[in-house]
Write a protein that binds this ligand. Structure first.
Ligand code: NAD
Ligand code: UDP
Ligand code: UDP
Length: 353
């Protein structure tokens, strides 16, 4: 594919002529929205290691500059503080669109709920629209990170990509995250419309629960909660009876899957997750075995509309992307715990400064 962007040197010297530069003659340019977040920063590490010129667009709403600090001196890396809700002009070959306020803890801040829900929706809808408009203009390939939550509280188990989902569009008190589920569903719709109507090359990933180093300590998701609680010697908070299930994917497996999807020939959607299924009580048990044998649990009330079961069927990704996760929960949790220990220690030391 020919790229008609001006080569850097021509721009710098004010050359008027537009010189087509083939992608094989220069480095691949990739933008990662949400690249200062948990998943995004691991993806950025891999893209930089591959030799890409990488631009991160992030407004640090839930992400942290620290996650990409180690690339700051690299001339092939650029960090732009910006909200994807605003239009942006860039010249790249690939767009990984991850930006989204994904952390559940923010939805539980009662007084901020209304604002945050609207913000989430705006990011998923207007942010995705802008990134698709960008992809259309510059003829870049576009990948969206959708979520298993598009399946809602599923009536099919495990979930295949052909399942249309069971989502409550208006939410109920205490379960205020329909903005997230429906926002991602709309983002998928927009993505397919830009593909069909505008010819944009698109890829759709439906990500299942993922964990690993650099997750936000106060994220509110179950793995980060249990691991930080165990390290802080606090009881692990099991919501409800703890018999609801999830499957947990280690972040490096997800990054492999996202890159295989972007480079492959198939649009998707593809489920990217680890099919190993655990109840929350079993997860607490694995944390006990791998992080602290003395860790205890306490039961707390669950939120309404909490999906009772979730497990991906990944046969489509196995067959068409030649991808499957490699890291088990027992291998992944200790890797995450060493990062969490370091950061919690810094927090404690900071408190005495
Ligand atoms: P994260 O919160 O760590 O990362 C999201 C990043 O997007 C953050 O750096 C945040 O600052 C940025 N961001 C949010 N709104 C923005 C905006 N309007 N403009 C610019 N930047 C913005 O979350 P994550 O876990 O790394 O998730 C990454 C993507 O993967 C998200 O799209 C999420 O919905 C999807 N996903 C993640 C999981 C998971 O288990 N981690 C599961 C399903 C889907
Ligand atoms: N857009 C952007 N960067 C670009 C091109 C488009 O942010 O390089 C935004 C644009 O501002 C618009 C959205 O993407 O809000 C959709 O663009 P499109 O061209 O599809 O729609 P139009 O501008 O014609 O409404
Ligand atoms: N959960 C829990 N304790 C916690 C946080 C979450 O038992 O401290 C439960 C929650 O009720 C849900 C499951 O863990 O059933 C996964 O929650 P998470 O927010 O991590 O992911 P999602 O609900 O988006 O799958």
């Amino acid at each position: 594919r020919e790229n008609t962007a001006l080569p850097r040197r021509a721009v710098n010297h004010g050359a008027a002529e537009r010189v087509p530069v083939s992608i094989s003659q220069r480095r691949r340019r990739t933008v990662v929205t949400g690249g200062a977040g948990f998943v995004g920063s691991h993806l950025v590490d891999r893209l930089v290691a591959r030799g890409d010129e990488v631009i991160v667009v992030d407004n640090f709403f839930t992400g942290r500059k620290e996650n990409v600090l180690h690339h700051m001196e690299n001339p092939r890396f650029e960090l732009i503080r910006r909200d994807v809700v605003q239009p942006i002009l860039l010249e790249v070959d690939q767009i990984y669109h991850l930006a989204c306020p994904a952390s559940p803890v923010y939805y539980n801040l009662k007084y901020l709920n209304c604002l945050l829900n609207l913000y989430d929706y705006k990011t998923n809808v207007m942010g995705t629209l802008n990134m698709l408009g960008l992809a259309k203009r510059i003829k870049a390939r576009f990948l969206i990170t959708s979520t298993s939550e598009v399946y809602g509280d599923p009536l099919e188990h495990p979930q295949k990509e052909t399942y249309w989902g069971h989502v409550n569009p208006i939410g109920v008190p205490l379960r205020v995250r329909s903005c997230y589920d429906e926002g991602k569903r709309t983002a998928e719709t927009l993505t397919m419309d830009y593909h069909r109507n505008e010819g944009v090359e698109v890829r759709i990933a439906r990500i299942f629960n993922t964990y690993g180093p650099r997750m936000c300590l106060e994220d509110g998701r179950v793995v980060s909660n249990f691991v930080s609680q165990a390290i802080r010697k606090q009881p692990m908070t099991v919501y409800g009876d703890g018999k609801q299930t999830r499957s947990f994917q280690y972040v490096s497996d997800l990054v492999d899957g996202l890159m295989a999807l972007m480079e492959g020939d198939h649009i998707g959607p593809f489920n990217l997750g680890n099919p190993g299924e655990f109840t929350m009580l079993e997860l607490a048990q694995v944390v006990k075995e791998t992080i602290d044998p003395n860790a205890s649990i306490e039961f707390k009330e669950n939120t309404a509309d909490d999906p009772q079961k979730r497990k991906p069927d990944i046969s489509k990704a196995k067959e068409l992307l030649n991808w499957e996760p490699k890291v088990t929960l027992r291998e992944g949790l200790p890797r995450m715990a060493s990062d969490f220990r370091e950061r919690i220690l810094k927090e404690v030391e900071g408190a005495f400064d």
